[in-house]
Design a protein around this ligand. Structure first.
Ligand SMILES: *Cc1c(COP(=O)(O)O)cnc(C)c1O
Length: 368
């Protein structure tokens, strides 16, 4: 009997992407088996973290890495690390950061919300977020002025399709931060496919949520400069106690990295492309709907399907359609907020073909 039947839980087809409130991703069989074996065993967590560091370095090319509880925890702990280094005394003081450099520079367009604002993950450490630039472009001169105020602990950047400030040149602003000896952290939670490229920007730490596209259980992955990674882990003995990596999380990340290292990316991308093409061409046979394949805005190696609604032919908008897709069982969840007027976006990566067909059938039934 499935868990959904046993506990009478809502069944979902997730075309919403790696969305935390509905369980993020589907682990592969190999990852499930590793995690399942971990749960009934004891381990020395420090030893697991040393192993994780080696594996993360192998994947990313970074000097060192460690596992945290999740993406959000990685942000808080990385900022704490820039304030405390590995000083036990400073670590014990947080979130009172009044005796440390505690300004965190973040471009206004990078102030994203993933259920809560990233600013709260900064403030949890006791640090003080300083927003640079208006809605879109923070000018380099504005960053330079902020960097020179003498109280800056780090520069926080975000790499995600959610950011508004798409034009900011990460490499340029990072090299400017280096001039002032200010470490840079990139929150790239969903972008583990781009780990090498993001490290090459010169960032001192890059953060991923391997539970997104690496299909692990809930976990965060931090990598980059060894002294800072050590300080991230050291903060588990401070404010990070509630953000600690679990044994199953670390073992899951090890299994996820093994799978990623062995992944035939071209073949995988081709499979994703075929699934999207099939969906798009089938949807285009439905009167009143028009589908296209749209590449990921941050160059992740896959596309999503964007479905537009012709309001002259169908008497509803995308909000109505999104609601109707959640009305029957299984509920169908879509990306309904990022795509502007009368469009719904479908991410098909975790879905089996029978689930893709259920979505198509549901759309046909609703529209006719
Ligand atoms: C998902 C996400 C987070 C939060 O990660 P969790 O692992 O869910 O805590 C933070 N930043 C970005 C850009 C994200 O996409």
């Amino acid at each position: 009997m499935s868990l959904h039947d046993k506990y009478k839980l809502t069944k979902i087809i997730n075309a919403r992407g790696t969305f935390t409130p509905i369980g993020v991703s589907r682990s592969s069989k190999a990852i499930c088996e590793s995690v399942s074996s971990a749960l009934s065993e004891f381990f020395i967590i420090d030893e697991l973290q040393v192993l994780a560091s080696d594996k993360i370095s192998q994947l990313t090319g970074a000097e060192a890495g460690c596992v945290t509880h999740c993406g959000s925890a990685s942000i808080t702990l990385s900022i704490a690390a820039t304030m405390t280094s590995i000083s036990a005394e400073k670590i014990a003081l947080l979130p009172d950061a009044s005796t440390m450099k505690n300004d965190v520079i973040i471009p206004t367009g990078h102030v994203i919300n993933y259920g809560h604002s990233i600013l709260q993950d900064i403030r949890l450490t006791g640090a003080n977020p300083i927003l640079i630039g208006k809605e879109r472009n923070g000018m380099l001169e504005e960053f330079e002025k902020a960097f020179s105020n003498g109280n800056v602990t780090c520069l926080l950047l975000v790499s995600s399709r959610l950011i508004k400030d798409k034009e900011l040149d990460l490499k340029k602003v990072i090299s400017l931060a280096k001039k002032y000896d200010i470490p840079t952290i990139i929150d790239a939670a969903g972008q583990d496919f781009r780990c090498k490229e993001l490290l090459e920007t010169g960032a001192d730490l890059v953060l991923n949520s391997p539970n997104k596209y690496m299909l692990t259980p809930t976990a965060g992955m931090v990598y980059g400069k060894k002294s800072l990674v050590d300080a991230v882990y050291a903060n588990e003995k401070g404010i990070g106690r509630s953000m600690k990596a679990t044994k199953e999380g670390i073992i899951g990340v090890l299994a996820g990295i093994e799978e990623r290292v062995n992944l035939d990316l071209n073949k995988w991308s081709e499979e994703q492309k075929e699934k999207v093409s099939y969906f798009v061409s089938t949807i285009n046979k439905i009167n009143g709907l028009e589908a296209i394949s749209i590449p990921d805005a941050t160059n992740l190696p896959f596309s999503r399907a964007c479905v537009s609604i012709n309001e002259n032919e169908i008497n509803m908008n995308s909000c109505d359609l999104a609601k109707l897709l959640k009305k029957d069982s299984p509920q169908i969840w879509t990306i309904d907020k990022e795509c502007g007027d009368n469009k719904l976006v479908f991410e098909l990566i975790p879905l089996r073909l029978d689930e893709v067909d259920i979505i198509i059938q549901r759309l046909k039934n609703i529209v006719h």
